[in-house]
Structure formats: C-alpha cells, structure tokens
Design a protein around this ligand. Sequence first.
Ligand code: ATP
Length: 196
Amino acid sequence: MVKVGLTGGIGSGKTTVSNFLLDYGIPVYNSDSKGKTLMNTNLELKNNIVSIFGERVYDNGILNTNLLSSIVFNDSTKIEQLNNLVHPKVAQDFNQWVGKNNNKPILVKEAAILIESGAYLNMDKIILVVSEKSTRINRVSKRDNSDLDSIEKRINHQLTDYEKIKYADYIIENNSSLENLKLEVLKVVNKIREVN
Ligand code: ATP
C-alpha cells in the first residue's frame, strides 16, 4: 500500500483534487474536516481545548469555530498550541482509517498543513497542488463569501509554494479548467500506480 499526502495552500484546490481521486476509486482521508469533527466528539481533546481557550469556545458542546479562529488568527503561539492538541488525535484516527482500508493499493491523506505539521514524514509520496495566488483568492472569496484581505492574510501565514515544492513528489498545477484538473489528477494517479 502507498500512503500519499495531498497538500497545497488555501484555495489551491486540494478538496477538488480529492473529489477527483474519489471518482478514480482512491480513498481519501480529509484531515481538516476530521480534525473539526474530533474537536466536537473527542472528549479528551475537548477538555484540552477548553483548558487552553476557555469554556466559551463551545456552545452547548458544539465548537464555535468562528470564535476559535478569531482567537488563534494572528497569534502563532495559539495556532501552534491548537495544532499540538489536534494533530496527535488526527494522526491516531488516520492510522485507524488506514487499518480499515488496508486492502487498498493507494490511500490519500489530504491536509492543509501536511508539511508544517511534520505529518508528511509518515507518507510515502507527496502531491502538492499549486495555483496562482490571485486565482486562489478569487476562488476562496467566491466559495466562502469572504473578503479578499482576510484571505490574503491567511495565505501569507502559510509556507509559500516555493518552500513546499522541495517536499513534493508530484505537483499539480490548478490554473485552468476543472476538466483539465481532472486529467492532471489522472496523470498523477497513473504515475503512482506505475511505480507501485
Ligand atoms: P482550503 O484550503 O480553503 O480548504 P482547497 O485547497 O481545498 O481550499 P478547494 O475548496 O478545492 O480548495 O477549491 C477552492 C474553490 O475553488 C472551490 O470552490 C472549488 O470549487 C474552486 N475550484 C478549484 N479548482 C478550480 C478550477 N480549476 N476551476 C474553477 N474553480 C475551481
């Protein structure tokens, strides 16, 4: 089995690529959405989050993601503290998922901070999705109805594509149509299948 990490900056197209991978029959684990689920369901994680960020980040047991984001936004120490709590739980949950899918030849783990978190070290191959910054900002603002400045700020907090490229085995450029992206994804899938 090959474990493939899938990463890319905000709005680069990771989830879109994941959906194409699913179309090609490849199981994908979405670390970011799993992390959010675990923050609402894992008791130990919830208690640890409350001990750092206070009771107010949960409304009747449901995480107030907007409030938590506003607390950690612009505060790298707080982001790191949060990641240090969530990351081990996601890693554990991912390992269980791998165990359940151990008959599959290729498994993909999608994560925005795959490289920054060190999770890439447990992957056999890395796919990096890249796209022009202005395109990413436009796509995200359309998707989330958010303002351009806040998206740019979030982008500037992440590692640049230039810094991530050195970790990548496969680079998918997502600057044109979705049809073209789907073909690019297939090319990468075929390359991974060829060498394994
Ligand atoms: P985030 O890091 O914010 O979770 P992401 O990297 O997962 O983002 P997506 O959600 O896949 O990015 O893509 C961002 C938006 O851009 C989505 O609305 C998606 O439908 C759209 N999109 C992605 N690629 C293309 C494309 N080639 N053409 C048109 N729209 C696209």
